[in-house]
Design a protein around this ligand. Structure first.
Ligand code: HEM
Length: 560
């Protein structure tokens, strides 16, 4: 349908004159041509209808035009605020970029968001606190450890922002995205008591040893077949096996291509990718119906598969409950009273554990091995220490880890330069109005901590870009007893406060033990054909953009 704009004249005698461009002139019987470019019509009912139709179209077009204009003028006014459009309804004195009208600073979240945010923070001179807008989402970010402590430990920031993919993947019923409250507290308590407590860590030591040696075997076998080895695949297999054992009691060889573990690996990979996507509809709700990035439809396909997979395992456990040292599925099934979980909640909790425990560990070990391949002198020092503490006549055990002081310093230094969650993975949401660093922050504001920037701040760290584990051992630098568990916000890769990572002890133990095992067995070298590319890619975790490839030399053979 085309709409024609034309002037209308209504004469006192009731004759309506439409001035139509020549090419649109229609001459039905009720019209009589009075001039070459003008049509007259008498006021019959159907002619009145035409008149109304024309004037309604005009009004409608006028209305839409005015509305669009008002919208754009309003968007420009909103955009004029420091921090951009989402900050327009708030009296705020926090400096920050305006970004673009309507979308604000969405561009900051694409690619390496931690680096982009860090450079805008410098240009806005807003290290302590910067405001910006992600579409309609009000965001604050800090690159300062004291302000980070205030945010992460504040009771106001005990929630997580809504993320469509997390909700659709059921994570709102698991620890990570559950709203702050009784349900979330119950889950944290159950996980802390049955999965992450020191006693449980001790019980699961055997499983990490078995899987660790399977990983060593796989390194050796792959190396015999190929001139170089891609470590990521082996590390992901090992950490998935570890979580399948803890959560489901499944004991698969790291090397196995058993249908169940292959299927689970695919589910975890897809979920990992979906949660890592910066979904525009989370910040621009009016886009929501269009699902422009296809996140909703991909989640819709994944969730029934996850449900089927985990439900089958739960049903098997119901049929044959384990009596001693049950896995986490047995634990969840045995809960009684107010702790008892529904089946969908159990599926969500188990799925989250598998999910969180798999990639974080593999990503961190890959960064550690990359650094040790690049810095051969540091690798040699770790191996000297292993020689001194463990010797070559027996294998490393987890009991050796506290004595491997240099290795612990290496792990800390890698966590400093390559924190797997440079923006602490999942942001926080203010549940009520609060004050941060002297600024009023309204409820509903999202807060991020740029841990990556804090860890590279020259005012905090001496020569921050230098890879130097010795900084954690040298008395003069005052970092000897530095904890990475969230008390010291200069280096808090597991977050801090009530929503800090509950798996930090398990994650750190697994990483340190498996790195010790590998370095006890092998000397890792560069692959000339590939080199070591330290470029990053930010998904849910920040991983190496190009998977690390290494060449291996057995240390046991060298000794003989
Ligand atoms: C190297 C390993 C790991 C790193 C670097 C890491 C890092 C993080 C970070 C930065 C957070 C957000 C903390 C905050 O908001 O303050 C987090 C949360 C979480 N992590 Fe980890 N994590 C690791 C291993 C694990 C493991 C092994 C598990 C479980 C098997 C796990 C389970 C969780 C859960 C459930 C949450 C959500 C906590 C909540 O919202 O209450 N993580 N992790």
């Amino acid at each position: 349908m085309s709409i024609i704009l034309c002037p209308i004249y209504l004469s006192p005698s009731g004759i309506v004159t439409l001035s139509l461009p020549y090419k649109y002139q229609l001459i039905p019987p009720q019209f009589s041509l009075i001039k070459q470019h003008t049509l007259t019509m008498t006021t019959h009912i159907d002619t009145l209808y035409l008149f109304t139709l024309t004037s309604t179209s005009i009004n409608f077009i006028l209305f839409i035009t005015i509305l669009t204009l008002v919208y754009f003028i309003n968007s420009l006014f909103q955009w004029a605020h420091p921090g951009g459009p989402a900050w327009s309804r708030v009296k705020s004195t926090i400096p920050g970029p305006r970004g673009y009208p309507i979308i604000g600073s969405m561009y900051l979240m694409s690619g390496l968001a931690h680096r982009k945010i860090a450079s805008v923070v410098v240009s806005c001179n807003a290290r302590r606190l910067m405001a910006f807008s992600l579409g309609q989402t009000r965001v604050i970010v800090t690159c300062n450890p004291n302000v980070a402590k205030d945010i992460l430990n504040s009771s106001a920031f005990a929630d997580r922002p809504v993320k469509e993919s997390a909700y659709r993947l059921m994570f709102n019923r698991a620890i990570g995205f559950a709203s702050y409250g009784v349900y979330w507290r119950t889950l944290r308590r159950i996980a802390a008591t049955h999965l992450f407590c020191p006693k449980q860590l001790k019980v699961s030591e055997t499983q990490r040893r078995v899987i660790g040696f399977q990983m060593v075997d796989m390194f050796r076998n792959e190396q015999n077949q190929l001139s170089s080895l891609c470590v990521r695949d082996v590390l992901k297999r090992a950490s998935l096996s570890n979580m399948m054992w803890s959560a489901f009691g499944r004991k698969y060889n790291v090397n196995s291509n058993d249908g169940e573990s292959v299927a689970l690996r695919e589910l975890v990979d897809e979920g990992y990718e979906l949660l890592g996507v910066v979904n525009w509809t989370d910040h621009l709700p009016w886009l929501s119906d269009f699902d422009p990035q296809g996140v909703r439809s991909r989640c819709g396909k994944l969730v029934p598969k996850v449900n089927r997979f985990v439900k089958r395992i739960i049903d098997e456990h119901r049929d044959q409950p384990s009596q001693v040292n049950g896995d986490f599925t047995d634990v969840l099934l045995s809960l009684e009273g107010s702790d008892k979980l529904s089946e969908p909640d159990m599926i969500a909790v188990l799925w989250e554990m598998i999910f969180r425990g798999t990639d974080t560990v593999a990503v961190l070990i890959e960064w550690i091995l990359a650094r040790l391949v690049l810095h051969v002198d540091i690798q040699a020092k770790v191996q000297d220490e292993l020689h001194r503490v463990v010797g070559m006549s027996r294998a490393v055990t987890e009991a050796d880890i506290p004595s491997l002081v240099y290795l612990n310093a290496v792990v800390k230094e890698v966590l400093r330069l390559h924190p797997p969650g440079p923006l602490l993975s999942w942001a926080r949401l203010a549940i009520n109005d609060t004050i941060i660093d002297g600024h009023e922050i309204p409820a509903g504001t999202t807060a991020m901590v740029n841990m990556w920037a804090i860890c590279r701040d020259p005012e905090i760290w001496k020569n921050p870009l230098e890879f130097r584990p010795e900084r954690f051992l040298d008395e003069t630098e005052g970092l000897v007893d530095m904890s990475v568990m969230g008390t010291d916000l200069r280096l808090a890769p597991f977050g801090s406060g009530r929503r800090s990572c509950p798996g930090k002890g398990l994650g750190l133990t697994t990483v340190s033990f498996w790195v010790a095992l590998l370095l006890h067995e092998f000397e890792l070298g560069r692959c000339d054909a590939y080199g070591v590319d330290m470029s990053e890619t930010l998904k849910l975790s920040c991983e190496m953009a190009n998977p690390l490839r290494v060449s291996l030399r057995s240390r046991k053979m060298k000794e003989i």
